[in-house]
Design a binder for this molecule. Structure first.
Ligand code: NAD
Length: 481
């Protein structure tokens, strides 16, 4: 075992695990970023016990103490955002600029919840009975189990951990096995800068089927917040439901971007390129279906192909890189599978979709644009989760709206138009949880509610003041003096 092994954090102690996970750089598969301890199921149970026992200690701390802890954590993340962003890009494959941006967001989230810790309030209602006081208060839920995906390895953990702690809960956190580095660095800052009592925050790295499943099944974990794929999310949701645990699921997307014939072409191309291909298309809010009015279709596709030719796909840490590698071999196989399936069903690959060789061995795929697709094709029904966008030609706005809404998902949806009438109609009639007009479907503010509808999300919203819905329990009290 290496002396530099990054360990789990359980009951206030760093702890070796039952296995070692070697974290590989997707831009250079010969570069081992570090070794991370995978926790056993027994250790996951120890972490849960520690979080359970620490609840009362943390709840007795004042709001100001919790606020100060969140503030110190946010300050350190922001001060170290370049270093954290570098680590993130090295292990996940998004560009350095994107990595630093994500680390910055994580810091800002802690700062936001430093304020929220002080703002948590209740309500006083008039009673229908004389002399009776009715008070509505919010209390912590208890132990929160946090399970996160690989594509935002510091921002998603931050936007779950910060509200959990700010609202007086204790935490057991399991990051994705593919990217333990950013999560470990975040955890180290949380326990040190946060000066948290033992047990308040626990990190258990490892496989979802073992560590994650132990958290989902434990009666001591009062609530599970999960972000990841729809299949895993549904399984977790059912298990939580069976034992009456609170659950919040953020899952996949098949997000439409509508381009109308009155759109500003340059702007529409920028919005589509960003939404479909930035962060290597590995965003739940990415624009994977680009729905284009027939009278602008050919001009739009030509302009996209021209712009795509200027994009550099290369090592995530090179300054000139626009698109980093895909995160893993499995993910690359999935992307290639969907490109082939689109071709088999009659789609035309007009740009990209090819494996690229670079100075270092990595999972390089040129962003793919597929035309002549229709909404029933597999590539337009299932989440690809890579730098792959398909174009669907439509006759008019009504058809565009119908196609946009024809999906089992409902996370984000966008439209590019200069028409107030169509922009307004789309905002009213899109069935997605987040609607964007002339801005990419991906990329949201950290203080605004985040989440989708139907197959994309289950439970209450994340982020901003809306987060209190999940991380607190409502109590109504009636008092006769
Ligand atoms: P995944 O479902 O494979 O894994 C997500 C997490 O769940 C990981 O930590 C994993 O170890 C854990 N897990 C797996 N099986 C488990 C089990 N049986 N019990 C408990 N935990 C288990 O997802 P992924 O591949 O890491 O992430 C990509 C997916 O995440 C995409 O579908 C993407 O759309 C989605 N995502 C959604 C959002 C959103 O907010 N809607 C944001 C980012 C990513």
């Amino acid at each position: 075992m290496s002396s530099k092994l990054k360990m789990n954090y359980i009951a206030g102690e760093w702890a070796v695990g039952s296995e070692i996970n070697r974290n590989i750089n997707p831009s250079d598969t010969g570069d081992v970023i570090g070794e991370y301890a995978r926790a056993s199921e027994v250790q996951a149970l120890q972490a849960i016990d520690a979080a359970y026992d620490a609840r009362i200690i943390w709840q007795r701390r004042t709001a100001e103490e919790r606020s100060d802890a969140m503030d110190r954590i946010g300050t350190e993340i922001l001060a170290r955002r370049e270093e954290l962003g570098h680590l993130l890009s090295r292990e996940e494959g998004k560009t350095l600029l994107e990595g630093i941006g994500e680390a910055t967001r994580a810091g800002r989230v802690f700062k936001f919840f430093a304020g929220e810790a002080l703002r948590l309030g209740g309500e006083k209602l008039a009673s229908i009975r004389a002399g009776v006081d009715v008070d509505v208060v919010r209390e912590p839920e208890g132990v929160i189990g946090i399970i996160t995906p690989w594509n935002f390895p510091i921002a998603i953990p931050a936007w779950k951990i910060a509200p959990a702690l700010a609202y007086s809960n204790t935490v057991v956190f399991k990051p994705a096995d593919l990217v333990p580095g950013s999560a470990w660095a975040l955890a180290e800052i949380i326990v040190r800068a946060g000066e948290l009592p033992p047990g308040v925050f626990n990190l258990v790295m490892g496989a979802g089927s073992k560590v994650g499943n132990t958290m989902v099944s434990s009666p001591k974990v009062r609530a599970i917040t999960f972000t990841g794929s729809a299949g895993t999310g549904r399984q977790i949701g059912m298990k939580c439901m069976e034992r009456g645990a609170k659950v919040q699921l953020e899952m996949g997307g098949k997000n439409p971007l509508v381009i109308l014939d009155d759109a500003q072409l340059d702007q529409a191309v920028s919005v589509a390129i960003n939404g479909s291909f930035f962060s290597t298309g590995q965003r739940c809010t990415g624009s994977s279906r680009v729905i284009v009015h027939e009278s602008i279709h050919d001009r739009f596709v030509a302009a996209m192909v021209e712009r795509m030719a200027t994009l550099q796909t290369d090592h995530a840490l090179k300054n000139e890189t626009d698109i980093g590698p895909v995160a893993s071999q499995d993910q690359l196989d999935q992307d290639l599978f969907y490109i082939a399936s689109a071709r088999d069903e009659g789609g035309r690959i007009v740009a990209g979709g090819e494996l690229l060789a670079r100075e270092t061995p990595g999972f390089y795929l040129s962003p793919a644009l597929i035309t002549e697709t229709h909404n029933a094709m597999r590539v337009n029904r299932e989440e690809v989760f890579g730098p792959v966008a398909s174009v669907i030609r439509v006759k008019n706005y009504d058809e565009a709206l119908e196609v946009a809404n024809d999906t089992e998902f409902g996370l984000s949806a966008g439209i590019c138009t200069t028409s107030l009438k169509y922009a307004t109609d789309f905002k009213h009639n899109s069935t997605a949880g987040m609607v964007m007009v002339n801005v990419p479907t991906a990329g949201v503010d950290y203080h605004a509610p985040f989440g989708g509808r139907r197959g994309s999300s289950y439970g209450s919203r994340e982020q901003g003041t809306y987060a209190r819905e999940f991380y607190t329990a409502v109590k109504t009290t009636y008092t006769q003096a």
